[in-house]
Design a protein around this ligand. Structure first.
Ligand code: ADP
Ligand code: MG
Length: 252
């Protein structure tokens, strides 16, 4: 069966902080299995847009639709809580600063959400955690605490933790920006593996080489708008917009 609707759809997304318009009517779609990079200067609204997808940063206007369901639905408080928890279980998010629970071991960091939110058994949750940690090459460190890990290892655990929820969509917000350069590759490698497994991913990154290598499409944002988008071969080698050219001149 062919899919007629996009997997992720952002329609006329607007976001203001007081008089500051951070997102100015952004519309975009992402297909199932597509890997999309969002690039652009600091302050252009990339994080705000990403966080709007799971309604962590609610939009002031517009809609986010995931697999046919509106994420940012206006509902009475109780219903909204239930709805958003269900939606967020389907959306994995990885941040720049890992956000692991420091007082929990790697194992417990990964086990916690599936156990609490999905109500699966202890045994099943343990098995799931072991599988996901093996997948990111961190099974040997399962009984370590985050403080005993390198930044790259922490980030791989954070990815395993997100994957343990079996999300439909993964969002990465500069997942490698806080890492020492020699640790970037091990995290990129995990993201490449996910790409090969056809995980749908939206990746905010300042690593143009990674975006060119892994992503199907690149979206260049500036000043709260999508200035240009297309396959990496076009956006990076033949950008049509002066703002894109200017940005790439400084970052390629
Ligand atoms: P990027 O991720 O592209 O660097 P952000 O989405 O973080 O950009 O920020 C876009 C703009 O929104 C910036 O001007 C930033 O200062 C502003 N901004 C972000 N969060 C807030 C907030 N909570 N309150 C006020 N302004 C904010
Ligand atoms: Mg950001």
């Amino acid at each position: 069966m062919t899919e007629t609707r996009p997997f992720v759809e952002i329609r006329h997304a607007k976001k203001s902080y007081g008089s500051l318009e951070v997102l100015k009517d952004i519309s975009l779609t992402v297909d199932r299995g597509e890997i999309v990079a969002i690039i652009g200067p600091s302050g252009s609204g990339k994080s705000t847009l990403l966080r709007a997808i799971n309604d962590l940063d609610p939009l002031t206007g517009g809609e986010v639709i995931l697999d046919g369901t509106q994420v940012n639905k206006a509902l009475p408080h109780r219903q909204y809580e239930k709805h958003i928890n269900q939606m967020r279980q389907q959306i994995g998010m990885v941040f720049q600063h890992f956000n692991l629970f420091p007082h929990l071991t790697v194992r417990d960091n990964v086990v916690m959400a599936p156990k609490l939110l999905k109500g699966i058994s202890e045994d099943a949750a343990q098995k799931l955690a072991e599988e996901q940690l093996a997948h990111v090459g961190m099974l040997e460190r399962i009984d370590y605490y985050p403080s005993q890990l390198s930044g790259g290892q922490k980030q791989r655990v954070a990815i395993a933790r997100a994957l343990a929820m079996k999300p439909k969509l993964m969002l990465f917000d500069e997942a490698t920006s806080a890492l020492d350069p020699e640790l970037v590759e091990e995290v990129n490698q995990v993201m490449k593996t996910l790409a090969q497994e056809h995980m749908t991913m939206i990746i905010v990154t300042h690593e143009m080489e990674f975006a060119a290598d892994v992503c199907d499409r690149v979206i260049f944002m500036d000043g709260g708008v999508v200035v240009e988008e297309g396959p990496p071969s076009i956006v990076f080698q033949n950008p049509t917009q002066p703002r894109t050219r200017d940005f790439l001149r400084k970052h390629l």
